[in-house]
Ligand binder design. Structure first.
Ligand code: PHE
Length: 412
């Protein structure tokens, strides 16, 4: 049976109270005894594991209680709300058909307000107070990176549906994801810009408060540098910024053919509006962080004609997708975005692993998730590789009206 990778100086202290513990955490500087297992490779450092997280209590729940931590409010609110809807729909379908181990899947959700610094408290609450069997989340890579060392130390399997930064699953052997990673996504968009759009000169506008944005920038550049294309401007902002005029003015002066903006939908929508106001007419490009119905609302006319890579197209004619989109629309009245779709798949994968584990035992469930092969999801066939990632194709969508219209699929 698999045990959580042993971290140095694993503390056996039980938390007296989450509040006291969080006080210790919020000092920002990581405890010196903390370790994150494997070292990260892509730019930033992985959040250090708090030293005094205790192993989770053995699972005794009557139902299968699964904790979802996400952004239900704040600047990335649709990430969490869509993810929750997709997960709940999957759980309800599974419960109706007969959930694993003759129990019921029960979802407990915690909101982190789109704030990375709120993640440790909500994840500790799910582990210590709700005694969850496993965790689903987060969508945003920085927030998954804040949770993963805690889940790893507690020995609670964590499946991030949509965090694409490579470092997330490098935290340890209890951490998985059901999506592709950003070295692939960066390559997809660099190639798309050079080959499909014939761009020669690219400007890049990066959210430097965001591990996803920094990583995707790096991987885009690595691929771009293999072409004869030039980078004519590199500018930055921080999540929750509202005014991008200084950066956009410099980008305008560099006269790029395309502008790559690997951020999240709220800032991207505002960037598009301000870019058009400044007279920039070049196409904007981005990644999966754009995938939200709010992008079209905030970006309006300014975001029309932009391209982004993501995990699936709701317009696909694949019968599995057609059924999923139809059921989701019937239940929630909206078209499911990538967050809803991949979270739906992640919920099924976790349930399938619990069934194969044969017991509500976290170590066995970890092993079963790791052994996932050829799972037929709505977002493609999912196999978990040795690095605990899924290898899947990406799609490129073009913004037209209030939706992303399918352009192409890129296989890994
Ligand atoms: N991939 C993004 C990240 O790692 C999260 C995301 C995925 C956002 C899909 C929207 C849609 O931060």
């Amino acid at each position: 049976m698999h045990q959580p990778a042993q971290l140095p100086l694993f503390s056996r202290f039980t938390l007296l109270s989450t509040a006291v513990f969080i006080g210790a955490l919020s000092g920002c500087k990581a405890p010196e005894t903390a370790s994150t297992g494997n070292a990260a490779t892509a730019g930033n450092t992985v959040a250090a594991a708090p030293a005094n997280v205790a192993p989770a209590k053995p699972y005794t729940g009557e139902n299968l209680v699964i904790g979802l931590y996400g952004s239900l409010t704040g600047s990335t609110a649709t990430f969490g709300t869509s993810s929750q809807k997709g997960t709940q729909m999957a759980f309800d379908e599974i419960n109706a058909k007969g959930a694993p181990l003759d129990k019921k899947l029960q979802l407990v959700t915690e909101d982190n307000g789109s704030k990375t610094e709120q993640v440790p408290a909500v994840v500790l609450k799910l582990i210590n107070q709700n005694n969850v069997l496993a965790l689903l989340g987060e969508v945003a890579s920085s927030r998954s990176l804040a949770a993963a060392p805690i889940a790893q130390r507690a020995g609670v399997p964590m499946v991030s549906p949509l965090s694409t930064n490579p470092k997330v699953t490098q935290v340890g052997d209890y951490i998985f994801r059901t999506c592709f990673i950003d070295p692939f996504q960066g390559k997809v968009m660099a190639k798309f810009a050079r080959e499909n759009l014939k761009a020669q000169k690219v400007a890049i506008l990066t959210d430097v408060a965001n591990d996803y944005s920094k990583g995707l920038t790096q991987f885009f550049i690595e691929e771009w540098n293999k072409t004869d294309g030039k980078i004519v401007a590199r500018e930055s902002y921080s999540q929750d910024d509202k005014d991008f005029q200084a950066q956009l003015t410099k980008i305008k002066a560099s006269n790029p053919d395309v502008i790559f903006v690997p951020g999240y939908y709220t800032e991207v929508g505002n960037i598009a509006v301000q870019a058009r106001r400044l007279g920039l007419k070049q196409p904007l490009l981005g990644g999966d962080g754009w995938d939200s119905p709010k992008l079209y609302e905030i970006g309006g006319k300014a975001i029309q004609g932009a391209y982004f890579s993501t995990h699936y197209s709701p317009q696909s004619k694949d019968p599995k997708v057609v059924k999923f989109v139809g059921d989701f629309k019937k239940r929630f009245g909206t078209i499911p975005d990538a967050n809803a779709a991949v979270s739906y798949d992640a919920a099924y994968i976790l349930s399938d692993a619990i069934k194969r584990a044969g017991a509500p035992d976290r170590a066995k469930i970890r092993d079963a998730i790791a052994a996932t092969k050829n799972f037929q999801g709505v977002t493609g066939t999912i196999s978990i590789d040795k690095d605990r990632n899924a290898v899947k194709p990406a799609v490129v969508l073009k913004v037209q009206g209030n939706e992303g219209v399918y352009v192409t699929t890129v296989k890994p």
